[in-house]
Design a protein around this ligand. Structure first.
Ligand code: IPE
Ligand code: IPE
Ligand code: MG
Ligand code: MG
Length: 333
């Protein structure tokens, strides 16, 4: 894992050290559980696992679980489950978005084609549920099923809005709640559940992670404009090319001139930057402070997350969860 900037109270490395050995077990679990009787699925599983990824979601499960007690087999299992669900959503998402690159390598749909990718994604989803089932916990299954449906509905809503310039801030917030924050929230709650936390604390921790997830996606959408492909592991300017109008652009469009609006519409219609270079879009964003405003929004959500986690008793895990908020907003990929 590349370890961005230093956290306010704990460094990224210190956070990582708190869960390093658990995370090794999570990797082992994912490896063991990604073997199918059909080779293609096994190869895809290996390709995905070796392709990097920040493992943020399992880290969140582990930190939240260890906030309430020692690590345990169930906690490690749920950390593996959320990463498998995350991976399955990415496989399907890349098919839907016709993505070319993921985690700095050709995406699954490019290597194996759409048909196999869809089926491999299905298999991964079901395998995640198979692993989760071993906990024999209806509340956990209930949470995971609701979550998966929320995320799929989010992708469907996103499809409805693809190519539309009139996406509002409220539309956008609903989307990122579904496609990203809901999974973050589930991670925290599953961690708490695995360690026997009471319902009130589980809910509160879920709120912490929900705010973190919203901030994470806001920054992801900022990075789509400001980063570079080599660092990001996926092409820059991709969202607009894919027809997605995200918050920095929504803000800029509020003040943009009709001509500038037309430039954005051209990219949306073309699905490329052939007529309107990416630099022109960046110029519009900078002119109206779209990037800064979206960053400020992200900051407001991490502030909220910090306020919630501050209610929990001081411990290395509590401090780590506090410091994670800075890593989310200061990251470069
Ligand atoms: C990608 O998530 C999907 C989004 C919610 C933006 P990550 O950026 O956490 O992906 P990996 O797992 O590190 O590749
Ligand atoms: C990622 O969404 C998929 C989910 C979070 C379900 P995006 O399409 O916005 O993310 P990238 O840009 O492909 O990582
Ligand atoms: Mg995508
Ligand atoms: Mg994106």
């Amino acid at each position: 894992m590349a370890l961005g900037k230093i956290g306010r109270s704990l460094t990224a490395l210190e956070i990582f050290d708190l869960v390093r050995s658990d995370l090794d077990q999570v990797e082992r679990e994912i490896g063991l559980e990604s073997v199918a009787s059909v080779d293609a699925v096994t190869y895809i599983g290996q390709y995905l696992q070796s392709g990097g990824g920040k493992r943020l979601r399992p880290i969140l499960v582990l930190l939240c679980g260890k906030l309430f007690g020692e690590s345990n087999a169930g906690l490690v299992r749920m950390a593996a489950v959320v990463e498998m669900i995350h991976t399955a959503t990415l496989v399907h998402d890349d098919v839907i978005d016709m993505a070319k690159t993921r985690r700095g390598r050709p995406s699954i749909n490019v290597v194996w084609g759409h048909h196999i990718s869809v089926l491999a994604g299905d298999w991964l989803y079901m395998q995640a549920f198979q692993v989760a089932l071993r906990e024999r916990s209806f509340p956990m299954l209930d949470l995971l099923i609701n979550l998966t449906q929320m995320m799929v509905e989010g992708e469907l809503l996103q499809l409805e809005r693809i190519g539309k310039i009139g996406v509002t801030e409220a539309d956008y917030m609903e989307l990122i709640d579904r496609k990203t924050a809901s999974l973050f929230s589930a991670c925290a709650r599953l961690g708490a559940m695995s360690s026997g936390a009471d319902e009130a604390r589980e809910t509160r921790l879920g709120e912490y992670a929900w705010n973190l997830g919203i901030a994470f996606q806001l920054i992801d959408d900022v990075l789509d404009f400001t980063s570079r492909e080599k660092i990001l592991g996926k092409p820059v300017g991709n969202d607009l090319r894919e027809g997605k109008v995200t918050l920095p652009l929504i803000y800029a469009l509020e003040s943009a001139e009709p001509e500038e609006r037309r430039l954005v519409e051209t990219v949306l219609a073309d699905g490329n930057y052939d007529q309107v270079p990416f630099g022109k879009i960046l110029h519009i964003l900078r002119r109206y402070g779209g990037i800064e405003r979206a960053q400020e929004r992200a900051q407001a959500f991490t502030d909220k997350a910090r306020a919630v986690i501050s209610e929990f008793p001081d411990s290395p895990y509590q401090r780590a969860l506090f410091a994670v908020t800075d890593l989310i907003t200061d990251r470069d990929h």
